[in-house]
Design a protein around this ligand. Structure first.
Ligand SMILES: [Zn+2]
Length: 348
């Protein structure tokens, strides 16, 4: 029995104690490093978590009131929120800055708030902000421009036209805005017949030589005969998508045969066979293809001012707000409509 026990004076006892101590120390240091690593992860998680969600309204209030960040930093932050489409957060920042910020920047911050309300679609609030700015500073063209845009979005074209007066007094060029707003006023007037609208719009075009797309899109839709009679062939390229989609029965071949661009366009469409090639690449390919190939044109619209591309035609660019700067780009695509109609015919 005694052989299982080692006396503490035995040198073996010392060696065992030594190894036990080494084991305990190794175990604790291992456990300690593991615990520390886990704590580091948790700290990093907590640190990163605060960037995943923006600060709440109350947090923002506290942060802005503390004044640890400069007003410019807050304005930059609000701008980046607006750019990312988080209008709610930027509106909160602007509102807090208006309460506690530097009074010297009050009007500028108010203007930025109005702009953000406009972008977010809160038109009534945006209108109130710009009216407030103009009440104390009536000669602020930026606020007048935005007020005009707000009225236009609200379809209150009479009020928008009224805004042009002070802009004119400030020596701003209002000719295009005036033509555009008067055309929009006509188009949205429910008391006028479409025939009267057509005649009035054609008068506007003849005097201004602007807004060919807006005006002829409507006139071709309502009265194609009158549209061809008043058609400005110099604008054919600008209206290529409208011309492409006109029904064959509504075409005026007397006018088409007198213009090389129109001849190439309708040869590409397959309505006539008057030309074998075209200087426009897309027309040239379509003319060269035989009828069995399912190809057609699709269109997209580029703003000549800011180069923004849109799948829809526009008279006022939604990004830079300039008028009549849309240019049509052609693309060759598969004709799904032809595919669909052939499939339907095969079932009959
Ligand atoms: Zn633009």
């Amino acid at each position: 029995m005694n052989t299982f026990f080692i006396e503490f004076r035995d040198p073996l006892f010392g060696i065992i104690i030594f190894f036990v101590l080494i084991f305990i120390i190794t175990f604790f240091s291992y456990w300690l490093s593991k615990f520390k690593k886990r704590e580091d992860y948790r700290h990093l998680d907590r640190f990163l978590k605060q960037f995943n969600s923006p600060p709440s309204q109350n947090e923002l209030k506290v942060l802005i009131t503390k004044g640890e960040l400069s007003e410019k930093s807050w304005l930059l932050l609000a701008y980046s929120y607006t750019k990312n489409g988080d209008f709610e957060k930027s509106i909160e920042i602007y509102n807090e800055l208006l309460k506690v910020g530097n009074k010297a920047n009050y009007r500028d911050t108010l203007f930025l708030l109005g702009k953000t309300y406009f972008k977010a679609g809160f038109l009534e609030r945006s209108k109130q902000i710009f009216l407030e700015i103009l009440k104390s500073n009536p000669r602020t063209p930026q606020a007048l421009n935005y007020l005009l845009l707000v009225y236009e979005k609200m379809k209150d074209y009479d009020s928008a036209l009224e805004v042009l007066e002070p802009l004119d007094e400030l020596k701003k060029d209002i000719r295009t805005d005036s033509v555009y707003l008067n055309s929009m006023l006509l188009l949205n007037d429910t008391n006028l017949s479409s025939e009267i609208k057509v005649n009035e719009l054609l008068k506007i075009y003849k005097t201004s030589n602007q807004l060919a797309y807006l005006i002829f899109e409507y006139v071709f839709r309502i009265n194609p005969k009158l549209a061809w009679k008043n058609f400005d062939v110099s604008k054919a390229e600008l209206l290529v998508d409208i011309l492409w989609h006109i029904d064959k029965k509504d075409l005026d071949f007397d006018i088409i045969m007198q213009n090389s661009y129109l001849k190439e366009l309708y040869s590409a469409k397959g309505y006539i066979d008057e030309t074998q090639k075209s200087s426009v690449f897309e027309f040239d390919v379509l003319i060269g293809l035989n009828d069995s190939v399912n190809a057609t044109l699709s269109f997209e619209y580029i703003c000549d001012n800011c180069k923004q591309i849109s799948p829809f035609a526009f008279s006022r660019c939604s990004i830079c707000h300039s008028i009549d700067t849309s240019r049509v780009e052609l693309n060759l695509v598969k004709n799904y409509h032809k595919d669909f109609s052939e499939e339907n015919n095969s079932f009959q």
